[in-house]
Design a protein around this ligand. Structure first.
Ligand SMILES: [Zn+2]
Length: 346
């Protein structure tokens, strides 16, 4: 899922996203709650209509941004009190409030509020967060089931989020507790936040082994191109990441040969496309030399073209992984991808 923080995937129009074949995007509840506000979006017909996006949308709970962006956080069992990073105003985000905001936004998939903690976390802190995450998930589920019908009848799926930091037994316990709440889909949260990739995989694997395979399993906030197949091999169905668009804006292009840091002088006269094996409209038309020039000149089109290519590259990896699943060679695909990326920029 490309990330469309403020109801837009940075530097890409919805027309471009459609051309790229994006079927679902993510929008950030925290940002939309603060600006322009969920009541306005609800009044104007919901997020799909507001941003004119006919595809699927997933909204997060707002929790991750509250824990990472907002100031003066005070966490109690009731919820999280925080100050807006925009104007310093004080807000209380509760599990009920997060569910209510997302019902008002009207995305197809909504996430429950969970407690995000820093990794590595001491065990007692991870245990406390786990208890609170389940408590909040229960309250969010109850609120959702009671109030779902009063928000215009658009069917929304609410997902639970498994926590437990880097403790395998806590991860399993969190999954078991959430399974009792019977969510239509489950996410694995609090991973890929600095721990080694092997640890991310180990924890995700502990959880996917317990979650029902017929319901979507979503690993939040991952990952690098060469890691995606590993997660799929563990049973992960959905992922979101700001990396393709964020890296694009920082002149980092992902290719079948590895990363291309396009500002590098070696590309000044390079007449090849960003990725000779890429079939995106940017690679069909523009050269590395031109992209490098646009970045050097600080042109807006640099971000637009780079984002277009990177999102195509990510979505194409997922298409290739689906194909690899059909042929039973995901492990081979993953190994080849990792070897290319280990070799460094082309
Ligand atoms: Zn391309």
């Amino acid at each position: 899922m490309p990330v469309g923080t403020a109801a837009t995937v940075k530097a890409l129009t919805n027309e471009a996203l459609e051309e790229l074949g994006a079927s679902i995007i993510l929008a950030n509840t925290y940002h939309l709650y603060l600006r322009p506000g969920h009541p306005l979006i609800h009044k104007l017909g919901g997020l799909h209509k507001f941003m004119s996006w006919p595809g699927a949308i997933l909204t997060d709970s707002g929790g991750y941004q509250v824990f990472s962006l907002a100031a003066l956080r005070k966490i109690t069992d009731e919820g999280v009190t925080f100050r807006s990073h925009l104007d310093g105003s004080e807000h209380l985000l509760t599990p009920e409030k997060a569910a209510e905001i997302q019902l008002a936004l009207g995305a197809d998939i909504a996430m429950v509020l969970d407690e995000c903690i820093e990794t590595p976390a001491p065990r007692d802190k991870a245990e406390t967060a786990l208890v609170r995450t389940t408590l909040w998930a229960k309250r969010a589920r109850e609120f959702f089931l009671v109030n779902e019908a009063s928000f215009g009848g658009m069917r929304q799926w609410q997902f639970g989020i498994v926590q437990g930091a880097t403790f395998a037994d806590l991860r399993r316990e969190s999954a078991r507790q959430l399974l009792e709440l019977d969510f239509p889909g489950y996410a694995v949260g609090g991973l890929a936040v600095g721990e080694p990739h092997a640890m991310t995989c180990e924890m995700a694997g502990e959880v996917t082994a317990l979650l029902p395979p017929e319901r979507p399993r979503y690993l939040m906030g991952v990952g690098r191109p060469e890691q995606l197949a590993d997660y799929v091999a563990l049973g992960i169905d959905m992922m979101d990441c700001v990396l393709p668009t964020r890296a694009a804006r920082h002149a980092c292009l992902y290719t079948s040969e590895g990363r291309v840091l396009i500002k590098n002088a070696r590309y000044a006269e390079d007449q090849r496309p960003i990725d000779p094996r890429c079939e995106c409209s940017v690679c069909k038309r523009y050269t590395r030399a031109y992209l490098r020039h646009l970045f050097a000149a600080g042109e807006i089109s640099a971000a637009i073209l780079a984002s277009h290519h990177n999102v195509h590259f990510y979505l194409d990896i997922m298409r290739q992984i689906r194909e690899a699943i059909e042929f039973g060679n995901v492990a081979k695909f993953s190994a080849e991808m990792q070897a290319r990326y280990a070799a460094g920029p082309a």
